[in-house]
Design a protein around this ligand. Sequence first.
Ligand SMILES: NC(=O)C1=CN([C@@H]2O[C@H](COP(=O)(O)OP(=O)(O)OC[C@H]3O[C@@H](n4cnc5c(N)ncnc54)[C@H](OP(=O)(O)O)[C@@H]3O)[C@@H](O)[C@H]2O)C=CC1
Ligand SMILES: N[C@@H](CC=O)C(=O)O
Length: 809
Amino acid sequence: MKVLKFGGTSVGSAENIRRVKEIVKSQSDDVIVVVSALGGITDKILNASKMAVLGTEYFNTEITGIRGRHEEVVESLFEGEKKEEVKDRVSKLLDELEKVIQGVSMIGELTPKTLDKIGGFGERLSSLIISEFIEGAQWVDSSRLIKTDSAFGKAQVDFHVTMPLIREKFNGFTGICVAPGFVSSNREGDYTTLGRGGSDYTAAIFAAALNASVLEIWTDVDGFMTADPRVISKAYVIKSLSYAEAMELSHFGAKVIYPPTILPVYKKGIPTWIKNTLRPEAEGTLITESRKNGKDLPIKGISSISNITLMTVQGLGMVGVTGISMRLFGALAKENINVILISQASSENSISVAIDTTKAELAEAAIRQEFEREIAVGKINKVEMESDLSIVAIVGENMKHSTGIAGKLFNTIGKNGINIIAIAQGASELNISWVVKNSDLRKTLNVVHESFFLSENVEVNVFLLGIGLVGGNLLNQIQHQQEKLLKEKHLKIKLVGVANSRKMLLNREGIDIEGFKDKLEHEGQHSSLHLYKQAVIDMNIFNSVFVDCTAATAAADLYADLLNANVSIVTANKVAASSEYENYLMLKKIAKRKGVKFLFETNVGAGLPIINTLNDLVNAGDKIQKIEAVLSGTLNFIFNTISADVPFSQTIKMAKEQGYSEPDPRIDLSGIDVMRKLLILVRESGYKIEKEDVAINKFVPDEFFAGSMDDFWAGIPQLDADFEARRKVLESQNKCWRFVAKYEDGRAEVGLQEITQGHPFFDLQGSNNLVMFTTERYHEFPMIIKGYGAGAAVTAAGVFADIIRVSNV
Ligand SMILES: NC(=O)C1=CN([C@@H]2O[C@H](COP(=O)(O)OP(=O)(O)OC[C@H]3O[C@@H](n4cnc5c(N)ncnc54)[C@H](OP(=O)(O)O)[C@@H]3O)[C@@H](O)[C@H]2O)C=CC1
Ligand SMILES: N[C@@H](CC=O)C(=O)O
């Protein structure tokens, strides 16, 4: 004997009922088929009743709709005389329903008892239609077999009476039988119901009573998922669960199965399948006694319940006093308030319970009344209610005796800036539950899913600011490399925000990089740095990284807030790392404290691995004694390009066109860019230094930087003749110009130098950079890093590498 249960969607249309028939007919065993009401019908029936009691005539419209849905299904499923016969029986049942609802309207009263009588009509109707549609099937009225107490709305089954009744009814039964789910009756024979979702429970009761070989719950999903797929796109079907795991997951919001369903099948050890009526070929989830976990993962699934309230009762007068908990839970039980989670510190100074928010007021009143005396004398000084919270739970029998699960869990959550408000773990180690704000729920589910399962891929969510030369190149590189990274490194780089100085575009599901400029222009909303920063923080996405590809000081001012919100920073913008030493240090400290990254490798030498190398040297205990470097791609290009044919002013334009210069090339020409870079290198070497400590020997007089950009371009050719005269002399001496940065013994300076042949700087081509680190270990022969030191593509590649570094893959 098998018991199959089909849910509302599975029987929601004529087409689906045909599928149900196919599934039932394909069984080789005798079958009991338990059905829910046609999808949405119970809600409509209850709504009609509520409308009726309120005295609005709208209930007639609802009844007409209910009638129409059933007639339509009958019309499509049956033919000829059979059709008329089924129509007639369905119509009579609907007339009965209509009469009861009209009665409610007339007397203006809707008692729980009446509601239970009305509520079961959907199942009675659907089971009637389906039993007629499956040739040879009998109809059995579950409401006469499942006996309950008189707690209308959510009656408790009296198993002592129910089990023999079912066995007696099915004694010697063969073939197919169709029964309504959800409905039951009390001793007096009045209709009761088993709670919303109760049809699963009906089926489990039948299965247990008859020692069925299997219970199959046919629904509209492929099985239990590792998490809610509407939140976690990477959630997947769990192949097998133990009864306990299924119970925990369903209690904690996984709406695949009605939680009470598990107990009857668990007691009898009946294997229970969750299957998809719309995709019968999908494997589904098998629930059995077995604790074997297919993949041997410690956790099977993540579940959550939102909109809960945490009630905390606190007071020194509670410490060591027996009976406080009993009174607290007793007071809640008296009001029929379900406690979802309990947390008590061993000091016994406070106890927190999570309850449904709709019961919060009632719970507070009950507790204040129960502890009136203790509150009056100050033994209890706080009854605090905190709402807009969610409970998240990880579930898995393999957690038992596995070390490090809680550590990993809370570390991951903390790193993502999610505050844990309360925690509960039973000694069974089957479930760890914790409370977070509703607003942190999505992020919590994502980080936990990613770190424990479950997800094969690590996801990094990029918010880009600045889509000029570097930012634009970066997006192109990501677009071309995305697939390879996913395939080979299991790293998914997702662009979730992009902005320039005017507009921003945000999408937590990801922005297609193709045509991003047009999209930003046409679909983007008006933006400012503040708005963009706030949006990044408010979106509260896990593994977020803010990528700054501007040169704006105001952009660097956002970093502290972003890091504090657990958003990593990757920046090509040199302003922050070369700002006041205290600010630079503070940003590093926040990043460390928050467990996020603050990376700026491209600030010196563009894509060259200079800062990382320096960090490696210092971390390994080396001491930087001297830095000598050519750090400006623009200036090196200028001094390599200037000639009798190409005047000084022309070389500046060329450097800009080639993407070497800063957005404002005066920053390069004034030596400020190189000063910033030297400052950063010295700081990363472990020394405290401020801008004022760096001597700058300028080679372009200050007056050329004073006016507007147009003034600059108009004025700069005045220097061409002088530069050409000096260049000729230099050439005749077999020397060249290099703009050199140097740090030694606490002295830092940048300036133009004449370099003679044989010096490592002499042969430095094009826009190349060269850095020499003289250290305790690299003493006689300094460490040299050399290569392209500017250019959009290499810089973007350096930024890209930093983004990948954030992911730790
Ligand atoms: N080129 C190179 O070789 C290297 C460059 N860098 C650094 O990379 C950064 C970017 O340079 P590059 O790509 O050449 O610059 P671009 O001028 O080409 O692009 C700058 C981008 O930043 C945006 N932007 C500017 N100001 C703001 C603001 N206040 N708010 C929001 N967005 C703003 C611009 O938007 P809009 O168009 O709307 O103004 C534009 O999209 C600079 O900090 C530079 O120092 C670092 C190493 C090497
Ligand atoms: N403008 C800079 C770009 C890299 O930082 C340079 O020319 O080096």
